[in-house]
Design a protein around this ligand. Structure first.
Ligand code: AMP
Ligand code: ZN
Length: 495
């Protein structure tokens, strides 16, 4: 079933037939988290969308190399070149080493990914692990006349690049408009043009994260790491580059310019962008203060939540919309998702209990045709730019047939063993392997517990004793106790 997959390419702005550069190998790069805070549910939506894409490509027998980076330096506050490094800022606030911040929030990120059954990538490189390569690419861009140095910092020269290329082709912008819409240089600014962006920034006195370079001590600009790590692990030309819609400009636009400028190759062939998780129509974001954390969701402790929701309910909720549509958070939608997920989970339980038995009934060609059609429809839906929403609808139709067999309204022999097996395996494969929806108890409960333990510790530090008691009571119901240790909080089974 490999042929026929179509993907919406943000670069051509068209749905294109997916033709990897070097089939069956597929290279996929997705911008990972900036590890200076806990990931929120909006971030989860983006990583979950690419998880399904990864899973489906693998299901189609492509040999996927999935690279998802960790941004652990260079992402500045306000995303401007003169902001403060997000990780350094957090390190000062929490009185920790920057690398402690990085480790703490990388651990949290991994726990959250496991909790939502999001598969780890094949390579998870970090920006600080690739300083040498970033210096190298900066040097190449300087040699090619596409960058310039000012007082220990190096900037990408957008106008020079745009002479023979189109800076703005991904996000549909024109350089002239960009220049007239940006603020004037204020005299203090070292850049030749306000649209230029930093490849390398000089570290001022007291700047915590710094490395030696040919231009003095400094640190890399945010956009550079993704250009360097994607080309290092996937080559100058590779298949898929993904990220949230909000990264299209300037991050991905700058990446394209750097890749093309440094290698003369095109970089990614297909650009895929996920749309935003919103709250009352507004993008969920830390800076807007409307984000909530996975831990608050499973504990039901956020003011916007009527009750707790399980990770699989949330996964179902997210996959019920297409990745390129916005998805608005609401209790009603989550409650409906809980019902929908439970139906699928019962289906999974049921197929484990059914086994084909000849019962002598006559063949029912109509039922056979219907089942085969539904099985094909699952592929058609996923082949149509990974339409998970439609796929779920088909799985419900398949479940109706499975239930008919279970209740005896449809006899085993009416459809025959081969069709029965196909029906069961299609249901299982698409629900579990492709959509990643599993029976809840199969989820790694330890990662869920780690997250709850962190929430407990935060409540305790904030002296929110009502919340502390509430979390203790909820865990007690599950037969677990929390133990306050000197430096951390542990959990144990209640004896
Ligand atoms: P960050 O750690 O902020 O760089 O974000 C990690 C990923 O989450 C990026 O691909 C963002 O585009 C994505 N993202 C951020 N906010 C949302 C949201 N509200 N909905 C969906 N994806 C988001
Ligand atoms: Zn990136």
């Amino acid at each position: 079933m490999r042929p026929g997959l179509k993907v919406y390419n943000s670069l051509s702005k068209e749905k294109e037939i997916f033709e990897p550069l070097n089939a069956p190998y597929v290279g996929m790069y997705v911008c990972g988290p900036t590890v200076y805070s806990n990931v929120h549910l909006g971030n989860v939506r983006t990583f979950m969308s690419f998880d399904v894409i990864y899973r489906y490509l693998k299901h189609l027998d492509f040999k996927v190399r999935y690279v998802r980076n960790i941004t652990d330096v260079g992402h500045l506050q306000g995303d401007e070149d003169d902001g403060e490094d997000k990780i350094s800022k957090r390190a000062k606030l929490e009185n920790l080493e920057p690398m402690e911040i990085v480790q703490k929030y990388t651990n949290d990120f991994h726990d959250v990914m496991a909790m939502f059954n999001i598969l780890p990538p094949d390579i998870e490189p970090s920006a600080t692990g690739h300083i040498i390569e970033q210096i190298e690419m900066t040097r190449t861009l300087l040699e090619k006349g596409l960058a310039y140095e000012v007082d220990g910092s190096v900037y990408f020269d957008v106008e020079a690049y745009n002479k023979t290329n189109h800076y703005g082709k991904l996000s549909g912008r024109k350089l002239e408009d960009l220049i007239s819409n940006t603020r004037e240089l204020d005299g203090q600014d070292e850049k030749r043009n306000p649209v230029d962006f930093a490849l390398w920034k000089k570290a001022t006195k007291g700047h915590l994260m710094r490395w030696p370079s040919p231009w003095g001590d400094g640190f890399p600009g945010w956009h550079l790491e993704c250009s360097v790590m994607s080309t290092k692990y996937l080559g100058a030309n590779f298949d898929i580059h993904g990220g949230g819609m909000d990264l299209k400009f300037p991050h991905h636009e700058c990446e394209i310019a750097q890749n093309h400028g440094a290698t003369d190759e095109e970089g990614a062939k297909y650009w895929l962008h996920t749309n935003m998780l919103t709250v009352n129509g507004q993008k969920m974001s830390k800076s807007l203060g409307n984000s909530f954390l996975p831990s608050e969701l499973i504990a039901g402790s956020h003011e916007l939540l009527d009750k707790p929701y399980s990770p699989m309910t949330v996964r179902f909720f997210m996959l019920q919309s297409h990745y390129s549509s916005t998805l608005d958070f609401s209790n009603e939608a989550l409650t409906a998702a809980q019902k929908g997920y439970t139906k699928l989970a019962n289906g999974l339980k049921l197929i484990g209990e059914l086994s084909y038995t000849e019962d002598g009934a006559e063949k029912n060609e109509k039922a056979i045709k219907q089942i085969e059609q539904i099985c094909n429809n699952c592929y058609f839906a996923m082949n149509d730019d990974f339409n998970t929403a439609l796929t779920i609808g088909h799985l419900f139709n398949l479940l109706k047939k499975i239930n008919s067999i279970h209740t005896g309204n449809l006899k085993y022999s009416e459809i025959g063993e081969e069709v029965f097996d196909k029906m069961i395996s299609t249901f299982k494969t698409f629900t579990v392997n492709v959509l990643g929806l599993v029976e809840e108890e199969r989820i790694n409960s330890k990662s869920v517990l780690n997250i709850l333990t962190d929430l407990y510790k935060e409540a305790k530090d904030a002296k929110d004793y009502d919340k502390v008691d509430e979390i203790r009571a909820k865990l007690k119901d599950l037969g677990l106790v929390l133990k306050d240790m000197k430096t951390k909080v542990d959990w144990a089974y209640e004896e």
